[in-house]
Design a binder for this molecule. Structure first.
Ligand code: 3PG
Length: 412
């Protein structure tokens, strides 16, 4: 068992999987190249391969489930490549099953042998998987009702999606004996230590494109006094700048409008009295205008914002020097384009060179690390993005709540 706040969460040490069929929820949602649709980073797949290998070694028949992207987004793709990459890390073929709850998938699970592993298609092809709801209600969804009777045990290893109360994450523990996988367990123990650490200041560096999530996270971090300073980049910084009355440029306003983020500017305005003493926005931005790249101060921006500017990099790097803990999630700019990667890369470098304990989360920021070797005593590379930050803000993550409620009587 592992303790999280006031909850006891069972682990793989508390459950017998030998000769059983085990459904494992992982989060191998990875950054995707917009043009080629190929995966840009394998770190989540590599992390989860440890749990899969252990289950195979224990002679379980393993059914791997995950999401990738969100319907309508560029990175909403099939899990076929993920299965190939996972096969390499596990050292055994993971058969890709191009179906989630249909007859093909059900038949394949029925025939699954001990020591075999398969990966089902992207869970979010089933629309109910994208709907968050109370834990009790999620056990009655098609996904849970169809797949649970075909297996004996549920393992949740998806720390990175543990903040979503979706069917595959919270529905199974109420109907199957369940446990946390090794990634989930490792994240909880590493992050609990940091969460309880009195060392301050704690500096958070937040970027990326998931603005509604990020605003909620900023609100939580401030309310729960988990952050002393929040340095922002990416679209989040643009929304905060607009909320503070900066005009940016016509092109940027259009980007914000096209991404449906005008309501978030309003939300940020409402939050401003609460967060203004904690949140910092860039003093300059790196933009692209007719193919030319330039830095402009925040009150005189031309072209489309693609990264933070050089002065902001220096300012943020200095603030990071003072920190005892630095948490980085989400890139500062469009890292897929080398010309706009340096904001994220230099901020990451400043954190790694500082005396602070560093937590790097979210697939994009991890890809900036580019496989660089780091000292685990100084750096924790988390598979989580949003989940990581909500955990550090002291939130009870729904997936952990569900696991803590799994019935001990139905242990196999
Ligand atoms: C993430 O990358 O943060 C997780 O995979 C969750 O993805 P989501 O924000 O689309 O639910």
């Amino acid at each position: 068992m592992i303790k999280v706040l006031d909850m006891n969460v069972p682990t793989l040490d508390d459950i017998n999987v030998s000769g059983k069929k085990v459904i494992v929820r992982v989060d191998i949602n990875s950054p995707v190249d917009k043009k080629t649709k190929k995966l840009l980073d394998y770190s989540r797949i590599q992390a989860h391969s440890v749990t899969i290998r252990e289950l195979i070694d224990k002679k379980a028949g393993v059914v791997i489930i995950s999401h990738q992207g969100r319907p309508g987004d560029d990175d909403f793709i099939s899990l076929e490549e993920h299965a190939k990459v996972m096969s390499k890390y596990v050292g055994q073929e993971i058969e890709f099953v191009d179906d989630v709850i249909g007859p093909y998938s059900r038949e394949r699970i029925r025939n699954l042998k001990p020591g075999e592993a398969i990966m089902l298609q992207n869970l979010r092809l089933i629309s109910e998987e994208t709907v968050e709801g109370p834990i009790e209600a999620q056990k009655d969804t098609f996904i849970v009702k169809t797949l649970a009777p075909l297996v004996d045990v549920y393992v949740n290893d998806a720390f990175a999606t543990a903040h979503r109360s979706q069917p595959s994450l919270v529905g199974f523990p109420l109907v199957l004996p369940s446990a946390a996988g090794r990634v989930m367990e490792k994240e909880i123990s590493a992050l609990s230590k940091i969460f309880n650490e009195p060392d301050r200041p704690k500096v958070f560096v937040l970027g990326g494109g998931k603005v509604p999530d990020s605003l909620k996270i900023v609100e939580n971090l401030v309310k729960k006094r988990a952050a002393d300073k929040i340095l922002t980049g990416g679209l989040l910084a643009e929304v905060l700048a607009l909320a503070q009355g900066y005009q940016l440029s016509k092109e940027n306003l259009k980007v914000i409008e096209d991404k449906g983020l005008l309501s978030q500017v309003q939300r940020a305005k409402e939050l401003m009295p609460l967060i203004k003493d904690y949140v910092e926005i860039p003093v300059d931005f790196r933009t692209e205008e007719d193919g030319k790249v330039n830095d402009y101060p925040i009150n005189d921006v031309h072209g489309v914002i693609k990264d933070i500017g050089e002065r902001t990099i220096m300012k943020y790097s200095q603030e990071i020097q003072e920190a005892k803990v630095v948490v980085l999630r989400g890139p500062m700019g469009v890292i897929e384009d080398e010309r706009f990667k340096q904001g994220s890369a230099k901020i990451l470098k400043a954190a790694l060179e500082s005396k602070a304990f560093v937590i790097v989360g979210g697939g994009h920021m991890i890809s900036v690390l580019g496989g660089m070797k780091t000292d685990p005593k100084k750096v924790h590379i988390s598979t989580g993005g949003g989940a990581l930050l909500l955990f550090l803000a002291g939130d009870k993550l729904p997936a952990l709540v569900a696991l803590s409620r799994t019935s001990t009587e139905v242990k196999v």
